[in-house]
Design a protein around this ligand. Structure first.
Ligand SMILES: Cc1cc2nc3c(=O)[nH]c(=O)nc-3n(C[C@H](O)[C@H](O)[C@H](O)COP(=O)(O)OP(=O)(O)OC[C@H]3O[C@@H](n4cnc5c(N)ncnc54)[C@H](O)[C@@H]3O)c2cc1C
Length: 634
């Protein structure tokens, strides 16, 4: 039976509505926005991690910035507050929080520091989703997942981890705190399944597909179970197993040229003979890891990201086995994870700077379970403050200080500082600082952040999910391309659900960037992905989630109407920092790349954030923060 491809070339709400109309079974599903901490009698009066519904870029967080970026609109007049700081940081993501920390380390704890963020929670991408059901707290990721190879952190970034108590011993504990089958936590020994449409339901084929891709394990049996034409199965088996060199007519130089200038998917079609209906099976991995599909990766980029092909190149014949194994190890590396992802790192950092948010918290041992008092973030008697729901709209040097204009819940306000670090998105900085040179503005405007959607679904119990036989599975033909159990790790004092009868949280990841070969540069497609996110409502996502989970789990007794207790959709239109792509971007001379021109110091204003490093990793956020602080403090 041929796989039914669900082409969701949906760039606006109208198109999504049309697809919705084709799915009457889910149209009447109840709308869930439960567990809100804002409800009377909830666990706290202001506690964003427990909010459900549309999170991430939530209503109220982006409108002011979009009016500025798209229409050049901002308030004409501002109320000047009687507040002057040593440092104001724009952006309370990992880079902004780290900038505040590095500054305090240098200037001393009495230095007056204010961090502004447009969201109702701190952490930027590193956000926490927290559910409470049946006397149990269940944590999951609202974004950034893990410490990606902390042993690769340089001295600067590494020292910050150590300041937070995440030292070698803690990192070893995190490994021990991660069950052997929890792949997202870095335990690549656990299986990674594959879920494909099969008639009205979905079929999940167990085993370790990331290993199958490289001809390891019983890849032939896995492929034979797929509901795709036999000749496509034969081709996948030959490809995964490295049975032939698919570029054997090319000289070594021409091969090098080919793998650097041809898209990975074009290679799959032209050389491997896969049909466009089969290709998604090999692309789900790229979508979730990197954002764009194999149409935007070169062959080499695809393979270096762990996609199959290395064994089928011939020219590395003697090394393929060891290199294939190395790539898998490299993907896992020494990844370490907290139960709420890097949100725990943000919480450690915030509590270090403002102990009053969680006065009894010890640190690494109990960060995951500590209850934060958000009311303590912005108190006048503290030297360090974090002000949420506040969008910066103008930052300029005036004489020997900086003036910062921002809008807090509709109120235009003005403060001043000796220095300012912009740890927000590069793209917005030209609108914040129109006085910058055109060259700098164009450098800042070059990259496009990579959009994602991460959803968490609270289920009454884990019985149906446990029948899948894998903790994580790739779903190449679904709107959410990877589905996993929420972290089962115990770091930070957390006790995750332990058995199928306990309530569980399912964690679902989607890349909205078009993957169907839509024409355009990677940057064009990333913009389309971002537009798709903004055009999709919570109801659209809820319907997709219910449909996907019902098809995956229905055969195991799952009933979405009864079993789903809450849904949190974290939409992340401005996700990973952009990096340069072989098919689109030239190789710039050192110092001439757009991010290098864009991040130059601008008087009393410096630029942090991962965009300035073209590297979407927490250590890059820390490094950028340190550079910006050093620029300002000399
Ligand atoms: C889905 C996802 C998964 C990831 N997983 C990992 C991972 O596993 N490991 C890893 O190391 N990295 C991961 N990353 C990369 C992550 O981007 C970095 O690790 C890091 O968290 C980025 O920090 P940042 O401060 O540079 O940016 P951000 O987190 O984007 O923070 C910038 C903040 O500035 C705010 N802001 C923007 N404009 C304004 C304004 N005008 N006024 C006020 N505030 C403003 C933003 O809203 C945001 O809160 C992931 C990223 C995403 C999107």
């Amino acid at each position: 039976m041929a796989i039914q491809i669900t082409r969701r070339d949906l760039l606006n709400g109208m198109a999504i509505g049309a697809v919705g109309a084709m799915l009457p079974a889910y149209a009447g599903a109840p709308k869930v926005r439960l567990e809100s901490s804002m409800r009377p009698g909830g666990p706290a009066t202001y506690y964003p991690p427990t909010l459900t519904g549309m999170r991430g870029s939530h209503a109220g967080s982006f409108e002011v910035a979009h009016a500025l970026a798209w229409q050049g609109q901002k308030p004409d007049a501002y109320e000047s507050l009687d507040e002057h700081y040593d440092l104001v940081v724009v952006g309370a993501g990992m880079s902004g929080l780290a900038a505040a920390w590095y500054y305090l380390k240098k200037a001393g704890p009495e230095a007056r520091v204010l961090v502004l963020d447009n969201h109702d929670d701190f952490g930027g991408h590193a956000k926490r989703n927290e559910f409470h059901h049946k006397d149990r707290m269940i944590l999951s990721l609202g974004g950034a997942q893990n410490l990606d190879n902390p042993s690769n952190y340089g001295d600067i970034a590494g020292s910050l981890l150590i300041d937070l108590g995440i030292d070698e011993a803690a990192i070893a504990k995190m490994a021990a705190n991660t069950p052997d089958d929890y792949v997202l936590g870095g335990k690549l020994g656990g299986d990674v399944g594959l879920t494909v449409p099969d008639g009205d339901e979905h079929l999940t084929i167990g085993g370790h597909w990331l290993k199958f891709f490289h001809g390891r394990g019983d890849y032939q049996a896995g492929v034979r179970d797929l509901p795709i034409p036999e000749e496509q199965k034969d081709k996948l088996v030959a490809f995964f197993g490295g049975e032939k060199d698919f570029l054997d007519d090319l000289s070594l130089t021409k091969k090098w040229d080919y793998v650097n200038n041809t898209s990975y998917n074009q290679f799959l079609v032209d050389r491997v003979g896969l049909s466009v209906d089969t290709i998604p099976i090999l692309n789900a991995h790229l979508l979730i890891l990197n954002g764009p599909s194999g149409w935007n990766h070169t062959v080499l980029e695809g393979i270096l990201a762990g996609s199959p092909g290395l064994r089928a190149m011939g020219w590395l014949a003697d090394f393929v086995d060891s290199i294939g194994a190395m790539l898998l190890d490299e993907l896992a590396g020494d990844i370490r994870m907290f139960p709420d992802g890097n949100a725990s790192v943000a919480r450690l950092l915030v509590q270090k700077m403002i102990p009053g948010v969680a006065p009894g918290m010890k640190g690494f041992e109990d960060v995951a379970i500590a209850r934060f008092n958000y009311g303590a973030l912005d108190q006048a008697d503290q030297s360090t403050r974090i002000r949420l729901n506040s969008t910066a709209v103008g930052v300029r040097e005036v004489d020997d200080y900086v003036q910062i204009d921002y809008v807090q819940q509709g109120k235009p306000l003005r403060i001043t500082a000796n220095h300012c670090v912009l740890a927000c998105y590069n793209n917005l900085i030209p609108a914040l600082c129109p006085e910058m040179s055109d060259a700098q503005k164009s450098g800042l405007g070059y990259g496009v952040r990579i959009p994602f959607v991460y959803a968490n679904i609270l289920l009454e119990n884990g019985r149906a999910f446990s029948e899948l036989g894998v903790q994580i599975t790739q779903c190449p033909y679904d709107p959410f391309q990877w589905v996993s159990a929420a972290p089962t790790v115990t770091s930070g004092g957390y006790e995750p659900p332990r058995g199928p009868d306990d309530p569980m949280v399912v964690f679902m990841m989607a890349s909205p960037t078009p993957a169907d070969g839509t024409e355009g540069t990677t940057r064009d497609l990333l913009r389309l992905g971002r537009h798709k996110i903004y055009a999709s409502t919570f109801d659209d996502y809820e319907q997709q989630i219910r449909e996907q989970l019902q098809k995956m789990l229905g055969k195991y007794g799952f009933n979405h109407e009864a079993d789903i207790k809450a849904i949190t959709v974290n939409r992340i239109p401005h996700g990973y920092a952009y990096w340069y792509w072989g098919l689109d971007d030239p190789e710039w001379e050192e110092g001439q790349a757009p991010h290098e021109i864009g991040r130059q110091q601008f008087g009393r204003i410096s630029i942090a954030n991962t965009d300035s490093e073209v590297t979407p990793l927490m250590n890059a956020a820390f490094d950028a923060a340190h550079r910006a602080v050093e620029e300002q403090t000399g």
